[in-house]
Write a protein that binds this ligand. Structure first.
Ligand code: FES
Ligand code: FES
Length: 157
């Protein structure tokens, strides 16, 4: 039996009917066409589906849509400020931390959440913070550089 769902996505109100087993990832990608959030493993292992729910980074593939009732969701589409990239996105571009790009939305959202909680993390804290997001391409060095660059930018959070 579909249940009503009311939430805010990137600042916009959303009202839908969802199945009990429908995930937040399903809703974002398949109902709202917000395909920036990637579907990787679908079981909480890769972090590619990371979005913020009420300010916390979550794996949207493991979050039932009904759990987001009344919540504030931020996806990669909501991070840029108008035409301007968010400082975390800009840092990834400038550091060359993007290769195939599949992990990038989840990685950027994870870094954004990390820097909101801890604006100047140590290298160890960055490693710990991003360990839930798998990148098969970069070897993580450029990503570490991007985080350091973002952390040094004003208004990165
Ligand atoms: S798709 Fe969600 S953790 Fe992999
Ligand atoms: S850039 Fe390809 S998986 Fe990270």
């Amino acid at each position: 039996m579909p249940a009503p769902l009311n939430l805010w996505v990137n600042g916009d109100p959303v009202q839908l009917f969802v199945r009990e087993d429908e995930t937040l990832l399903d809703v974002l990608r398949d109902r709202l066409a917000l395909t920036g959030t990637k579907r990787g493993c679908g079981e909480g292992q890769c972090g590619h589906c990371t979005v913020l729910l009420n300010g916390k980074a979550v794996n949207s593939c493991l979050t039932l849509a009904v759990e987001a009732e009344g919540g504030q969701v931020l996806t990669i589409e909501g991070l840029a400020r108008g035409e301007a990239l968010h400082p975390v996105q800009k840092a990834f571009v400038e550091a060359g931390a993007i290769q195939c790009g599949y992990c990038t939305p989840g990685m950027v959202m994870t870094v954004y959440a990390l820097l909101r909680e801890n604006p100047h993390p140590s290298e160890e804290e960055v490693r710990e913070g991003i360990k839930g997001v798998m990148c098969r391409c970069t070897g993580y060095y450029k990503i570490m550089e991007a985080v350091a660059l973002a952390a040094s930018a004003p208004e990165a959070t």
